[in-house]
Design a protein around this ligand. Structure first.
Ligand code: FE
Ligand code: FE
Ligand code: MG
Length: 168
């Protein structure tokens, strides 16, 4: 670990690592929620929704990667035990028990809203005090805002389709 890289962090580094591990756990759970959602989803607009969920899964995995690298830079260890993800997670995991497109979109929108709130807090906490972590959590926040927007746009299209189609 880089001594000067850590010395410039104007915060309690252990607490910062703990927060980053919470976000790291969220990202793995979000990754799996999207990944499995893309496999089981059923209903109208399925192809478009699968494409979006698959892209978001890849983004969440990339977020986990960014966070892991930062945790290691700070002298910490990313959570190594998957069953610990639940314990650390801010936003949890919602299994796609109902595979209907609308239910899956709603679950993931819910998850993105939680992620947006969590990263907004981290952006505020690290601004000025740790510009390197700030830059990472800001990038992730921008992606989560885009994710929510994309899912909501699909949900709106789906609702129009369901109304005009007269089903469900
Ligand atoms: Fe993410
Ligand atoms: Fe996301
Ligand atoms: Mg997208």
């Amino acid at each position: 670990m880089g001594k000067q890289g850590i010395a410039i962090v104007d915060m309690d580094v252990k607490k910062l690592v703990a927060l980053l591990n919470k976000a790291f756990s969220d990202e793995w759970l979000a990754y799996y929620q999207y990944w499995i959602g893309a496999k089981v989803v059923k209903g109208p607009m399925k192809e478009a929704v699968i494409a979006e969920l698959t892209q978001h899964a890849a983004d969440e995995l990339r977020h986990a990667d960014l966070l892991a690298l930062r945790i290691i830079q700070l002298g910490g260890t990313p959570v190594t035990e998957p069953k610990e993800w639940y314990k650390h997670s801010n936003c949890g995991y919602e299994a796609p028990a109902d595979p209907f497109v609308k239910a899956i979109l709603e679950q993931n929108i819910h998850g993105e809203r939680c992620a947006i709130a969590a990263y907004k807090k981290m952006v505020e906490l690290t601004a000025v005090k740790d510009p390197v972590t700030y830059n990472i959590v800001l990038q992730i926040l921008q992606d989560e805002v885009e994710h929510e927007e994309d899912l909501q746009a699909e949900l709106e299209d789906l609702e129009v389709l369901l109304k005009t189609g007269g089903r469900r």
